[in-house]
Design a protein around this ligand. Sequence first.
Ligand SMILES: Nc1ncnc2c1ncn2[C@@H]1O[C@H](COP(=O)(O)OP(=O)(O)O)[C@@H](O)[C@H]1O
Ligand SMILES: [Mg+2]
Length: 580
Amino acid sequence: MKTVLHQLGRYRRDTLLCVAMAALEVVMEILLPFITAIIIDKGLEAANLSVVYRYGILMVVLAALSLVFGALAGKCAASASAGLAANLREAIYNNIQTFSFSNIDKFSVPGLVTRMTTDITNVQNAFMMIIRIAVRSPLMLVFSYIMCLIISPKLSLTFLIAVVFLVAVLGCIMAVTMKIFNEVFRKYDDLNASVQENVSAIRVVKAFVREDYENEKFSKASSNLYRLFVKAEGLLAFNSPAMMLAVYFCIIMVSWMGAHFIVGGTMTSGELTSLFSYVMSLMMSLMMLSMVVVMISMSMASVRRISEVLNETPDLADPADPVEKVADGSIDFEHVSFSYKHGSGKNALTDIDLHIKSGETIGVIGGTGSGKSSLVNLICRLYDVDSGAVKVGGLDVRQYDMEALRNQVSVVLQKNTLFSGTILENLRWGNPDATEAECVEACKAACADEFIDRFPDGYHTRIERGGANVSGGQKQRLCIARALLKKPKVLILDDSTSAVDTATDARIRAAFAQKIPGTTKIIIAQRISSVEGADRILVLDNGRIDGFDTHEHLLESNAIYREIYDSQIKGGGDFDQSAS
Ligand SMILES: Nc1ncnc2c1ncn2[C@@H]1O[C@H](COP(=O)(O)OP(=O)(O)O)[C@@H](O)[C@H]1O
Ligand SMILES: [Mg+2]
Protein backbone atom coordinates (compact mmCIF):
# COMPACT_ATOMS: atom_id res chain seq x y z
CA MET A 1 0.00 0.00 0.00
CA LYS A 2 2.74 2.41 1.03
CA THR A 3 4.84 1.50 -2.00
CA VAL A 4 1.94 2.25 -4.29
CA LEU A 5 0.95 5.51 -2.61
CA HIS A 6 4.57 6.59 -2.69
CA GLN A 7 4.23 6.72 -6.48
CA LEU A 8 1.75 9.61 -6.23
CA GLY A 9 4.69 11.97 -6.55
CA ARG A 10 3.65 15.37 -7.77
CA TYR A 11 0.01 14.32 -7.86
CA ARG A 12 -0.08 14.42 -4.07
CA ARG A 13 -1.21 18.05 -4.39
CA ASP A 14 -4.21 17.06 -6.53
CA THR A 15 -5.13 14.39 -4.04
CA LEU A 16 -5.12 16.83 -1.12
CA LEU A 17 -7.03 19.40 -3.18
CA CYS A 18 -9.63 16.81 -4.03
CA VAL A 19 -10.07 15.91 -0.38
CA ALA A 20 -10.40 19.59 0.57
CA MET A 21 -12.90 20.23 -2.23
CA ALA A 22 -14.96 17.20 -1.25
CA ALA A 23 -15.02 18.45 2.34
CA LEU A 24 -16.19 21.90 1.24
CA GLU A 25 -18.84 20.32 -0.96
CA VAL A 26 -20.14 18.41 2.04
CA VAL A 27 -20.28 21.56 4.15
CA MET A 28 -22.36 23.31 1.48
CA GLU A 29 -24.70 20.37 1.16
CA ILE A 30 -25.13 20.14 4.90
CA LEU A 31 -26.05 23.83 5.14
CA LEU A 32 -28.74 23.57 2.47
CA PRO A 33 -31.47 21.71 4.45
CA PHE A 34 -30.73 24.04 7.35
CA ILE A 35 -31.61 27.04 5.20
CA THR A 36 -34.67 25.28 3.87
CA ALA A 37 -35.84 25.05 7.47
CA ILE A 38 -35.29 28.77 8.00
CA ILE A 39 -37.20 29.62 4.82
CA ILE A 40 -40.15 27.47 5.84
CA ASP A 41 -40.26 28.63 9.44
CA LYS A 42 -39.35 32.30 9.21
CA GLY A 43 -40.51 32.99 5.67
CA LEU A 44 -43.44 30.86 4.64
CA GLU A 45 -45.11 30.35 8.02
CA ALA A 46 -44.60 33.96 9.03
CA ALA A 47 -45.59 35.09 5.50
CA ASN A 48 -42.41 37.17 5.26
CA LEU A 49 -41.40 37.39 1.61
CA SER A 50 -38.16 39.34 2.14
CA VAL A 51 -36.83 36.47 4.30
CA VAL A 52 -37.74 34.02 1.54
CA TYR A 53 -35.87 36.11 -1.05
CA ARG A 54 -32.82 36.66 1.11
CA TYR A 55 -32.41 33.04 2.10
CA GLY A 56 -33.51 31.88 -1.33
CA ILE A 57 -30.58 33.73 -2.88
CA LEU A 58 -28.23 32.37 -0.23
CA MET A 59 -29.48 28.89 -1.07
CA VAL A 60 -28.80 29.36 -4.76
CA VAL A 61 -25.29 30.63 -3.98
CA LEU A 62 -24.59 27.69 -1.68
CA ALA A 63 -25.94 25.25 -4.24
CA ALA A 64 -23.78 26.83 -6.94
CA LEU A 65 -20.74 26.70 -4.67
CA SER A 66 -21.41 23.07 -3.86
CA LEU A 67 -21.61 22.37 -7.58
CA VAL A 68 -18.31 24.13 -8.22
CA PHE A 69 -16.56 22.36 -5.36
CA GLY A 70 -18.01 19.06 -6.52
CA ALA A 71 -16.80 19.60 -10.07
CA LEU A 72 -13.35 20.65 -8.85
CA ALA A 73 -13.15 17.63 -6.58
CA GLY A 74 -14.03 15.42 -9.53
CA LYS A 75 -11.39 17.02 -11.71
CA CYS A 76 -8.70 16.73 -9.05
CA ALA A 77 -9.67 13.11 -8.40
CA ALA A 78 -9.42 12.29 -12.10
CA SER A 79 -6.06 14.00 -12.43
CA ALA A 80 -4.69 12.46 -9.23
CA SER A 81 -5.77 8.92 -10.10
CA ALA A 82 -4.67 9.12 -13.73
CA GLY A 83 -1.38 10.58 -12.52
CA LEU A 84 -0.96 7.80 -10.01
CA ALA A 85 -1.59 5.23 -12.75
CA ALA A 86 0.91 6.90 -15.08
CA ASN A 87 3.57 7.05 -12.38
CA LEU A 88 2.95 3.45 -11.39
CA ARG A 89 3.24 2.29 -14.99
CA GLU A 90 6.46 4.16 -15.46
CA ALA A 91 7.92 2.92 -12.18
CA ILE A 92 7.05 -0.69 -12.98
CA TYR A 93 8.39 -0.36 -16.50
CA ASN A 94 11.66 1.14 -15.27
CA ASN A 95 12.02 -1.53 -12.65
CA ILE A 96 11.36 -4.32 -15.13
CA GLN A 97 14.16 -2.98 -17.31
CA THR A 98 16.59 -3.61 -14.45
CA PHE A 99 15.35 -7.18 -13.94
CA SER A 100 17.63 -10.07 -14.60
CA PHE A 101 16.40 -13.19 -16.36
CA SER A 102 15.72 -14.89 -13.06
CA ASN A 103 13.62 -11.93 -11.84
CA ILE A 104 11.54 -12.25 -14.99
CA ASP A 105 11.26 -16.02 -14.60
CA LYS A 106 9.75 -15.39 -11.17
CA PHE A 107 6.81 -13.26 -12.40
CA SER A 108 6.48 -14.70 -15.93
CA VAL A 109 5.97 -12.35 -18.84
CA PRO A 110 2.13 -12.57 -18.93
CA GLY A 111 2.14 -11.90 -15.19
CA LEU A 112 4.10 -8.70 -15.70
CA VAL A 113 1.82 -7.58 -18.52
CA THR A 114 -1.33 -8.12 -16.43
CA ARG A 115 0.20 -6.15 -13.61
CA MET A 116 0.99 -3.24 -15.89
CA THR A 117 -2.50 -3.15 -17.40
CA THR A 118 -5.44 -4.67 -15.52
CA ASP A 119 -4.04 -4.21 -12.04
CA ILE A 120 -3.06 -0.60 -12.58
CA THR A 121 -6.49 0.22 -14.04
CA ASN A 122 -8.08 -1.38 -10.98
CA VAL A 123 -6.00 0.73 -8.66
CA GLN A 124 -6.68 3.86 -10.69
CA ASN A 125 -10.46 3.40 -10.52
CA ALA A 126 -10.42 2.50 -6.86
CA PHE A 127 -8.21 5.44 -5.99
CA MET A 128 -10.53 7.86 -7.75
CA MET A 129 -13.55 6.48 -5.87
CA ILE A 130 -11.72 6.44 -2.59
CA ILE A 131 -10.41 9.98 -2.53
CA ARG A 132 -13.80 11.37 -3.50
CA ILE A 133 -16.21 9.19 -1.63
CA ALA A 134 -14.12 7.96 1.26
CA VAL A 135 -13.80 11.58 2.37
CA ARG A 136 -17.32 12.63 1.51
CA SER A 137 -19.24 9.79 3.11
CA PRO A 138 -17.83 9.82 6.64
CA LEU A 139 -17.98 13.62 6.74
CA MET A 140 -21.55 13.56 5.50
CA LEU A 141 -22.40 10.89 8.02
CA VAL A 142 -21.01 12.78 10.98
CA PHE A 143 -22.33 16.19 9.96
CA SER A 144 -25.78 14.89 9.15
CA TYR A 145 -26.00 13.19 12.47
CA ILE A 146 -24.81 16.28 14.31
CA MET A 147 -27.45 18.34 12.54
CA CYS A 148 -30.09 15.78 13.48
CA LEU A 149 -28.94 15.94 17.07
CA ILE A 150 -29.16 19.72 17.07
CA ILE A 151 -32.67 19.66 15.65
CA SER A 152 -34.05 16.88 17.75
CA PRO A 153 -31.89 14.81 20.11
CA LYS A 154 -34.78 12.50 20.92
CA LEU A 155 -35.59 11.60 17.32
CA SER A 156 -31.90 11.19 16.47
CA LEU A 157 -31.64 8.40 18.99
CA THR A 158 -34.17 6.36 17.03
CA PHE A 159 -31.98 6.78 13.93
CA LEU A 160 -29.24 5.02 15.79
CA ILE A 161 -31.38 1.88 15.68
CA ALA A 162 -31.57 2.16 11.90
CA VAL A 163 -27.85 2.84 11.65
CA VAL A 164 -26.95 -0.15 13.80
CA PHE A 165 -29.27 -2.34 11.73
CA LEU A 166 -27.78 -1.10 8.48
CA VAL A 167 -24.19 -1.48 9.67
CA ALA A 168 -24.92 -5.04 10.80
CA VAL A 169 -26.54 -6.05 7.50
CA LEU A 170 -23.97 -4.30 5.30
CA GLY A 171 -21.15 -5.69 7.41
CA CYS A 172 -22.34 -9.26 6.91
CA ILE A 173 -22.75 -8.77 3.18
CA MET A 174 -19.30 -7.17 2.90
CA ALA A 175 -17.58 -9.93 4.81
CA VAL A 176 -18.96 -12.59 2.49
CA THR A 177 -18.48 -10.68 -0.77
CA MET A 178 -14.92 -9.73 0.11
CA LYS A 179 -14.09 -13.41 0.46
CA ILE A 180 -15.67 -14.13 -2.91
CA PHE A 181 -13.85 -11.25 -4.58
CA ASN A 182 -10.52 -12.44 -3.31
CA GLU A 183 -11.29 -15.76 -4.93
CA VAL A 184 -12.39 -13.98 -8.10
CA PHE A 185 -9.03 -12.26 -8.46
CA ARG A 186 -7.10 -15.46 -8.06
CA LYS A 187 -9.25 -17.00 -10.78
CA TYR A 188 -8.70 -13.91 -12.92
CA ASP A 189 -4.97 -14.51 -12.82
CA ASP A 190 -5.45 -18.05 -14.04
CA LEU A 191 -7.78 -16.92 -16.79
CA ASN A 192 -5.41 -14.17 -17.92
CA ALA A 193 -2.49 -16.53 -17.95
CA SER A 194 -4.40 -19.01 -20.08
CA VAL A 195 -5.60 -16.32 -22.47
CA GLN A 196 -2.12 -14.88 -22.91
CA GLU A 197 -0.58 -18.27 -23.37
CA ASN A 198 -3.12 -19.43 -25.93
CA VAL A 199 -3.37 -16.24 -27.89
CA SER A 200 0.37 -15.79 -28.14
CA ALA A 201 0.73 -19.45 -29.09
CA ILE A 202 -2.30 -19.48 -31.34
CA ARG A 203 -0.27 -20.86 -34.26
CA VAL A 204 0.82 -23.84 -32.22
CA VAL A 205 -2.73 -24.39 -30.97
CA LYS A 206 -3.97 -24.40 -34.56
CA ALA A 207 -1.14 -26.55 -35.84
CA PHE A 208 -1.97 -29.21 -33.28
CA VAL A 209 -5.72 -28.77 -33.84
CA ARG A 210 -6.20 -28.05 -30.15
CA GLU A 211 -8.81 -25.30 -30.62
CA ASP A 212 -11.71 -27.33 -29.21
CA TYR A 213 -9.72 -28.45 -26.23
CA GLU A 214 -8.52 -24.92 -25.52
CA ASN A 215 -12.02 -23.53 -26.03
CA GLU A 216 -13.45 -25.96 -23.53
CA LYS A 217 -10.70 -25.19 -21.03
CA PHE A 218 -11.40 -21.50 -21.43
CA SER A 219 -15.19 -21.87 -21.13
CA LYS A 220 -14.73 -23.75 -17.90
CA ALA A 221 -12.49 -21.08 -16.40
CA SER A 222 -14.77 -18.36 -17.65
CA SER A 223 -18.02 -19.90 -16.35
CA ASN A 224 -16.33 -20.45 -13.00
CA LEU A 225 -15.68 -16.74 -12.85
CA TYR A 226 -19.24 -16.03 -13.95
CA ARG A 227 -20.68 -18.06 -11.09
CA LEU A 228 -18.48 -16.33 -8.54
CA PHE A 229 -19.40 -12.91 -9.86
CA VAL A 230 -23.12 -13.66 -9.83
CA LYS A 231 -22.81 -14.88 -6.27
CA ALA A 232 -20.95 -11.77 -5.15
CA GLU A 233 -23.13 -9.29 -7.01
CA GLY A 234 -26.26 -11.14 -5.91
CA LEU A 235 -25.27 -10.63 -2.32
CA LEU A 236 -24.37 -7.02 -2.95
CA ALA A 237 -27.87 -6.51 -4.35
CA PHE A 238 -29.21 -6.90 -0.82
CA ASN A 239 -27.48 -3.63 0.07
CA SER A 240 -30.16 -1.58 -1.53
CA PRO A 241 -33.27 -3.24 -0.01
CA ALA A 242 -31.59 -3.18 3.40
CA MET A 243 -30.94 0.49 3.03
CA MET A 244 -34.49 1.16 1.86
CA LEU A 245 -35.82 -0.66 4.87
CA ALA A 246 -33.72 1.52 7.14
CA VAL A 247 -34.70 4.68 5.29
CA TYR A 248 -38.42 3.95 5.49
CA PHE A 249 -38.10 3.02 9.12
CA CYS A 250 -36.51 6.39 9.79
CA ILE A 251 -39.05 8.28 7.71
CA ILE A 252 -41.93 6.65 9.55
CA MET A 253 -40.29 7.39 12.89
CA VAL A 254 -39.66 10.98 11.88
CA SER A 255 -43.19 11.42 10.56
CA TRP A 256 -44.82 9.81 13.51
CA MET A 257 -42.78 11.35 16.29
CA GLY A 258 -42.33 14.59 14.38
CA ALA A 259 -46.08 14.99 14.10
CA HIS A 260 -46.36 14.62 17.87
CA PHE A 261 -43.58 17.13 18.45
CA ILE A 262 -45.10 19.67 16.08
CA VAL A 263 -48.49 19.33 17.67
CA GLY A 264 -46.80 19.62 21.05
CA GLY A 265 -44.96 22.71 19.81
CA THR A 266 -41.41 21.41 20.43
CA MET A 267 -40.59 21.30 16.69
CA THR A 268 -41.33 23.45 13.66
CA SER A 269 -42.42 22.05 10.28
CA GLY A 270 -39.26 23.53 8.73
CA GLU A 271 -37.14 21.53 11.12
CA LEU A 272 -39.10 18.42 10.19
CA THR A 273 -38.37 18.95 6.48
CA SER A 274 -34.64 19.35 7.05
CA LEU A 275 -34.66 16.33 9.32
CA PHE A 276 -36.00 14.30 6.41
CA SER A 277 -33.13 15.49 4.22
CA TYR A 278 -30.51 14.72 6.84
CA VAL A 279 -31.85 11.24 7.44
CA MET A 280 -31.68 10.56 3.74
CA SER A 281 -28.11 11.73 3.38
CA LEU A 282 -27.16 9.84 6.54
CA MET A 283 -28.34 6.58 5.03
CA MET A 284 -26.93 7.40 1.62
CA SER A 285 -23.48 8.00 3.00
CA LEU A 286 -23.59 4.74 4.92
CA MET A 287 -24.42 2.97 1.70
CA MET A 288 -21.62 4.76 -0.16
CA LEU A 289 -19.21 3.87 2.58
CA SER A 290 -20.06 0.22 2.17
CA MET A 291 -19.37 0.46 -1.56
CA VAL A 292 -16.00 2.02 -0.82
CA VAL A 293 -15.16 -0.88 1.44
CA VAL A 294 -15.92 -3.27 -1.41
CA MET A 295 -13.84 -1.17 -3.78
CA ILE A 296 -10.90 -1.12 -1.41
CA SER A 297 -11.01 -4.84 -0.87
CA MET A 298 -11.24 -5.42 -4.61
CA SER A 299 -8.25 -3.24 -5.35
CA MET A 300 -6.15 -4.62 -2.50
CA ALA A 301 -5.29 -7.70 -4.55
CA SER A 302 -4.06 -5.44 -7.35
CA VAL A 303 -2.15 -3.21 -4.96
CA ARG A 304 -0.36 -6.25 -3.57
CA ARG A 305 0.52 -7.52 -7.02
CA ILE A 306 1.84 -4.13 -8.12
CA SER A 307 3.99 -3.63 -5.05
CA GLU A 308 5.50 -7.08 -5.54
CA VAL A 309 6.95 -5.92 -8.84
CA LEU A 310 7.95 -2.50 -7.49
CA ASN A 311 9.72 -4.00 -4.51
CA GLU A 312 11.55 -6.64 -6.50
CA THR A 313 15.26 -5.90 -6.57
CA PRO A 314 17.30 -7.14 -9.50
CA ASP A 315 19.42 -10.05 -8.29
CA LEU A 316 22.35 -9.20 -10.53
CA ALA A 317 24.22 -6.00 -9.78
CA ASP A 318 27.29 -4.30 -11.16
CA PRO A 319 30.31 -4.51 -8.84
CA ALA A 320 31.51 -1.44 -6.96
CA ASP A 321 34.55 -1.02 -9.19
CA PRO A 322 33.50 -2.44 -12.59
CA VAL A 323 35.97 -3.36 -15.31
CA GLU A 324 34.93 -1.95 -18.71
CA LYS A 325 37.29 -3.75 -21.05
CA VAL A 326 37.32 -7.46 -21.85
CA ALA A 327 40.97 -8.32 -22.46
CA ASP A 328 40.48 -11.19 -24.92
CA GLY A 329 38.01 -13.91 -25.88
CA SER A 330 39.25 -16.64 -23.57
CA ILE A 331 36.60 -18.35 -21.43
CA ASP A 332 37.13 -20.41 -18.30
CA PHE A 333 34.58 -22.33 -16.29
CA GLU A 334 36.01 -23.30 -12.91
CA HIS A 335 33.97 -26.05 -11.26
CA VAL A 336 30.73 -24.26 -11.98
CA SER A 337 27.41 -25.47 -10.61
CA PHE A 338 24.20 -23.68 -11.40
CA SER A 339 20.48 -24.08 -10.75
CA TYR A 340 17.59 -21.84 -11.75
CA LYS A 341 16.15 -21.82 -8.25
CA HIS A 342 19.34 -21.03 -6.39
CA GLY A 343 20.36 -23.80 -4.06
CA SER A 344 17.09 -25.71 -4.32
CA GLY A 345 15.84 -28.19 -6.84
CA LYS A 346 17.79 -29.87 -9.56
CA ASN A 347 21.04 -28.45 -10.91
CA ALA A 348 20.95 -27.32 -14.54
CA LEU A 349 24.76 -27.54 -14.59
CA THR A 350 27.00 -29.56 -12.29
CA ASP A 351 30.75 -29.17 -11.81
CA ILE A 352 31.59 -27.76 -15.23
CA ASP A 353 35.33 -27.27 -15.66
CA LEU A 354 36.21 -25.93 -19.05
CA HIS A 355 38.93 -23.80 -20.62
CA ILE A 356 38.55 -22.16 -24.00
CA LYS A 357 41.35 -20.17 -25.63
CA SER A 358 40.75 -16.87 -27.34
CA GLY A 359 39.83 -17.26 -31.01
CA GLU A 360 38.85 -20.93 -30.76
CA THR A 361 35.69 -22.24 -32.38
CA ILE A 362 33.80 -24.51 -30.02
CA GLY A 363 30.82 -26.66 -30.91
CA VAL A 364 28.35 -27.68 -28.23
CA ILE A 365 26.11 -30.66 -28.64
CA GLY A 366 23.71 -32.52 -26.35
CA GLY A 367 20.08 -33.51 -25.98
CA THR A 368 17.36 -31.00 -25.16
CA GLY A 369 17.52 -30.07 -21.50
CA SER A 370 21.15 -31.10 -21.22
CA GLY A 371 22.12 -27.56 -20.18
CA LYS A 372 23.52 -26.08 -23.38
CA SER A 373 21.59 -22.81 -23.16
CA SER A 374 22.22 -22.57 -19.42
CA LEU A 375 25.96 -22.90 -20.03
CA VAL A 376 26.18 -20.03 -22.52
CA ASN A 377 23.80 -17.82 -20.54
CA LEU A 378 26.39 -17.83 -17.76
CA ILE A 379 29.10 -16.47 -20.06
CA CYS A 380 27.33 -13.15 -20.67
CA ARG A 381 26.04 -13.19 -17.10
CA LEU A 382 22.33 -13.50 -17.76
CA TYR A 383 22.38 -15.60 -14.60
CA ASP A 384 24.90 -15.94 -11.78
CA VAL A 385 26.52 -19.23 -10.83
CA ASP A 386 25.71 -21.01 -7.57
CA SER A 387 29.30 -22.07 -7.01
CA GLY A 388 32.58 -21.88 -8.90
CA ALA A 389 33.39 -19.07 -11.31
CA VAL A 390 32.96 -18.12 -14.95
CA LYS A 391 35.85 -16.08 -16.36
CA VAL A 392 36.01 -14.15 -19.60
CA GLY A 393 39.33 -12.66 -20.66
CA GLY A 394 40.84 -14.01 -17.43
CA LEU A 395 38.48 -12.06 -15.16
CA ASP A 396 35.41 -13.26 -13.27
CA VAL A 397 32.28 -12.08 -15.15
CA ARG A 398 31.02 -10.61 -11.88
CA GLN A 399 33.87 -8.08 -11.97
CA TYR A 400 32.75 -6.53 -15.28
CA ASP A 401 30.32 -3.77 -15.95
CA MET A 402 27.34 -5.80 -17.21
CA GLU A 403 26.69 -3.59 -20.20
CA ALA A 404 30.35 -3.64 -21.26
CA LEU A 405 30.47 -7.42 -20.85
CA ARG A 406 27.36 -7.99 -22.93
CA ASN A 407 28.63 -5.67 -25.64
CA GLN A 408 31.79 -7.72 -25.99
CA VAL A 409 30.17 -11.12 -25.47
CA SER A 410 27.47 -11.25 -28.09
CA VAL A 411 24.86 -13.96 -27.82
CA VAL A 412 22.16 -14.98 -30.27
CA LEU A 413 19.60 -16.43 -27.89
CA GLN A 414 17.66 -19.57 -28.67
CA LYS A 415 14.37 -17.73 -28.22
CA ASN A 416 15.15 -14.62 -30.20
CA THR A 417 13.01 -11.69 -31.21
CA LEU A 418 13.05 -8.96 -33.78
CA PHE A 419 11.30 -5.70 -33.00
CA SER A 420 8.86 -3.74 -35.12
CA GLY A 421 10.83 -1.33 -37.30
CA THR A 422 12.92 -1.55 -40.45
CA ILE A 423 15.62 -4.17 -40.95
CA LEU A 424 18.27 -1.47 -40.51
CA GLU A 425 16.75 -0.33 -37.24
CA ASN A 426 16.73 -3.90 -36.02
CA LEU A 427 20.35 -4.42 -37.00
CA ARG A 428 21.36 -1.26 -35.14
CA TRP A 429 20.20 -2.78 -31.88
CA GLY A 430 23.60 -4.44 -32.09
CA ASN A 431 25.41 -1.17 -32.57
CA PRO A 432 23.53 2.14 -32.81
CA ASP A 433 26.40 3.84 -34.66
CA ALA A 434 26.81 1.21 -37.38
CA THR A 435 26.88 2.67 -40.88
CA GLU A 436 24.72 1.17 -43.62
CA ALA A 437 27.83 -0.35 -45.21
CA GLU A 438 28.72 -2.09 -41.93
CA CYS A 439 25.18 -3.44 -41.67
CA VAL A 440 25.34 -4.83 -45.20
CA GLU A 441 28.72 -6.39 -44.39
CA ALA A 442 27.30 -8.11 -41.31
CA CYS A 443 24.32 -9.38 -43.29
CA LYS A 444 26.66 -10.83 -45.88
CA ALA A 445 28.53 -12.76 -43.19
CA ALA A 446 25.23 -14.06 -41.84
CA CYS A 447 24.01 -14.91 -45.36
CA ALA A 448 21.06 -12.59 -44.81
CA ASP A 449 21.86 -10.35 -47.78
CA GLU A 450 20.47 -12.81 -50.32
CA PHE A 451 16.88 -12.57 -49.10
CA ILE A 452 17.04 -8.93 -48.02
CA ASP A 453 18.04 -7.96 -51.56
CA ARG A 454 14.93 -9.69 -52.85
CA PHE A 455 12.65 -7.50 -50.71
CA PRO A 456 11.37 -4.49 -52.71
CA ASP A 457 12.43 -2.08 -49.97
CA GLY A 458 15.71 -3.89 -49.25
CA TYR A 459 17.21 -2.85 -45.94
CA HIS A 460 14.32 -0.49 -45.30
CA THR A 461 11.74 -3.29 -45.27
CA ARG A 462 9.56 -3.07 -42.20
CA ILE A 463 9.64 -5.98 -39.80
CA GLU A 464 6.25 -6.58 -38.17
CA ARG A 465 5.94 -7.04 -34.46
CA GLY A 466 7.90 -10.09 -33.31
CA GLY A 467 9.22 -10.63 -36.83
CA ALA A 468 5.94 -12.06 -38.11
CA ASN A 469 6.68 -11.32 -41.77
CA VAL A 470 10.00 -13.16 -42.03
CA SER A 471 10.51 -16.91 -41.91
CA GLY A 472 12.22 -18.68 -39.04
CA GLY A 473 15.47 -19.07 -40.93
CA GLN A 474 15.46 -15.45 -42.13
CA LYS A 475 14.83 -14.27 -38.60
CA GLN A 476 17.73 -16.35 -37.33
CA ARG A 477 20.07 -14.90 -39.93
CA LEU A 478 19.02 -11.33 -39.07
CA CYS A 479 19.65 -12.06 -35.41
CA ILE A 480 23.13 -13.35 -36.23
CA ALA A 481 23.88 -10.22 -38.27
CA ARG A 482 22.64 -8.09 -35.37
CA ALA A 483 25.00 -9.91 -33.01
CA LEU A 484 27.92 -9.57 -35.44
CA LEU A 485 27.52 -5.78 -35.58
CA LYS A 486 28.71 -5.57 -32.00
CA LYS A 487 32.12 -6.75 -33.22
CA PRO A 488 32.27 -8.97 -30.16
CA LYS A 489 35.26 -10.77 -28.65
CA VAL A 490 33.04 -13.78 -28.03
CA LEU A 491 30.16 -14.77 -30.28
CA ILE A 492 27.66 -17.32 -29.05
CA LEU A 493 25.07 -18.92 -31.31
CA ASP A 494 22.47 -20.84 -29.31
CA ASP A 495 20.92 -23.17 -31.89
CA SER A 496 20.75 -20.14 -34.16
CA THR A 497 20.89 -21.93 -37.47
CA SER A 498 18.36 -24.67 -36.72
CA ALA A 499 15.91 -23.26 -39.28
CA VAL A 500 18.58 -22.54 -41.90
CA ASP A 501 19.34 -25.14 -44.58
CA THR A 502 22.61 -27.06 -44.33
CA ALA A 503 24.29 -25.34 -47.27
CA THR A 504 23.60 -21.83 -45.96
CA ASP A 505 24.63 -22.98 -42.51
CA ALA A 506 27.99 -24.07 -43.92
CA ARG A 507 28.42 -20.76 -45.75
CA ILE A 508 27.72 -18.81 -42.55
CA ARG A 509 30.40 -20.83 -40.74
CA ALA A 510 32.86 -20.27 -43.58
CA ALA A 511 32.17 -16.53 -43.45
CA PHE A 512 32.83 -16.52 -39.70
CA ALA A 513 36.19 -18.23 -40.14
CA GLN A 514 37.17 -15.69 -42.76
CA LYS A 515 35.71 -12.43 -41.40
CA ILE A 516 36.06 -12.76 -37.63
CA PRO A 517 39.02 -15.09 -37.10
CA GLY A 518 40.01 -13.56 -33.78
CA THR A 519 36.60 -13.92 -32.19
CA THR A 520 35.92 -16.88 -29.93
CA LYS A 521 32.91 -18.66 -31.39
CA ILE A 522 30.65 -20.98 -29.45
CA ILE A 523 28.14 -22.76 -31.65
CA ILE A 524 25.34 -24.78 -30.11
CA ALA A 525 23.72 -27.02 -32.67
CA GLN A 526 21.58 -30.06 -33.17
CA ARG A 527 23.40 -31.19 -36.31
CA ILE A 528 26.81 -32.81 -36.17
CA SER A 529 27.51 -31.13 -39.53
CA SER A 530 27.23 -27.71 -37.86
CA VAL A 531 29.95 -28.49 -35.32
CA GLU A 532 32.26 -31.06 -36.86
CA GLY A 533 34.53 -28.35 -38.30
CA ALA A 534 34.99 -26.73 -34.88
CA ASP A 535 38.36 -26.79 -33.11
CA ARG A 536 36.85 -28.71 -30.22
CA ILE A 537 33.40 -30.01 -29.45
CA LEU A 538 31.76 -30.10 -26.04
CA VAL A 539 29.32 -32.93 -25.40
CA LEU A 540 26.88 -32.15 -22.61
CA ASP A 541 24.71 -34.70 -20.90
CA ASN A 542 22.33 -33.95 -18.06
CA GLY A 543 24.21 -30.82 -17.00
CA ARG A 544 27.64 -32.48 -17.00
CA ILE A 545 30.54 -32.54 -19.43
CA ASP A 546 30.59 -35.89 -21.18
CA GLY A 547 33.38 -35.12 -23.59
CA PHE A 548 35.44 -32.17 -24.89
CA ASP A 549 37.66 -32.93 -27.84
CA THR A 550 37.96 -32.80 -31.61
CA HIS A 551 35.45 -34.47 -33.92
CA GLU A 552 37.79 -37.34 -34.73
CA HIS A 553 38.72 -38.07 -31.13
CA LEU A 554 35.13 -37.88 -29.97
CA LEU A 555 34.02 -40.31 -32.67
CA GLU A 556 36.52 -42.79 -31.27
CA SER A 557 36.06 -42.26 -27.57
CA ASN A 558 32.63 -40.76 -26.88
CA ALA A 559 29.59 -43.02 -26.93
CA ILE A 560 26.98 -40.25 -26.94
CA TYR A 561 28.70 -38.37 -29.74
CA ARG A 562 29.03 -41.49 -31.86
CA GLU A 563 25.39 -42.33 -31.29
CA ILE A 564 24.26 -38.89 -32.44
CA TYR A 565 26.60 -39.08 -35.39
CA ASP A 566 25.35 -42.51 -36.45
CA SER A 567 21.69 -41.56 -36.11
CA GLN A 568 22.19 -38.45 -38.24
CA ILE A 569 24.17 -40.21 -40.94
CA LYS A 570 21.58 -42.97 -41.14
CA GLY A 571 18.71 -40.53 -40.88
CA GLY A 572 19.98 -38.78 -43.97
CA GLY A 573 21.74 -35.83 -42.45
CA ASP A 574 19.33 -32.97 -42.68
CA PHE A 575 16.10 -34.50 -41.46
CA ASP A 576 17.12 -34.58 -37.85
CA GLN A 577 16.14 -31.04 -36.96
CA SER A 578 14.81 -30.89 -33.45
CA ALA A 579 11.18 -30.06 -32.89
CA SER A 580 12.20 -26.97 -30.98
N1 LIG B 1 14.20 -20.28 -17.07
C1 LIG B 1 14.28 -21.49 -16.49
N2 LIG B 1 13.76 -21.71 -15.26
C2 LIG B 1 13.86 -22.92 -14.68
N3 LIG B 1 14.43 -23.98 -15.24
C3 LIG B 1 14.97 -23.86 -16.47
C4 LIG B 1 14.91 -22.59 -17.16
N4 LIG B 1 15.52 -22.76 -18.35
C5 LIG B 1 15.93 -24.06 -18.42
N5 LIG B 1 15.60 -24.72 -17.29
C6 LIG B 1 15.92 -26.12 -16.98
O1 LIG B 1 17.32 -26.28 -16.99
C7 LIG B 1 17.69 -27.46 -17.66
C8 LIG B 1 18.65 -27.16 -18.81
O2 LIG B 1 17.96 -26.38 -19.78
P1 LIG B 1 18.66 -25.73 -21.05
O3 LIG B 1 19.98 -25.19 -20.64
O4 LIG B 1 17.70 -24.79 -21.66
O5 LIG B 1 18.87 -27.00 -22.00
P2 LIG B 1 19.20 -27.05 -23.54
O6 LIG B 1 19.49 -25.67 -24.03
O7 LIG B 1 20.36 -27.96 -23.61
O8 LIG B 1 18.01 -27.65 -24.21
C9 LIG B 1 16.42 -28.14 -18.11
O9 LIG B 1 16.12 -29.16 -17.20
C10 LIG B 1 15.38 -27.06 -18.04
O10 LIG B 1 14.15 -27.61 -17.66
MG1 LIG C 1 18.61 -24.54 -25.37
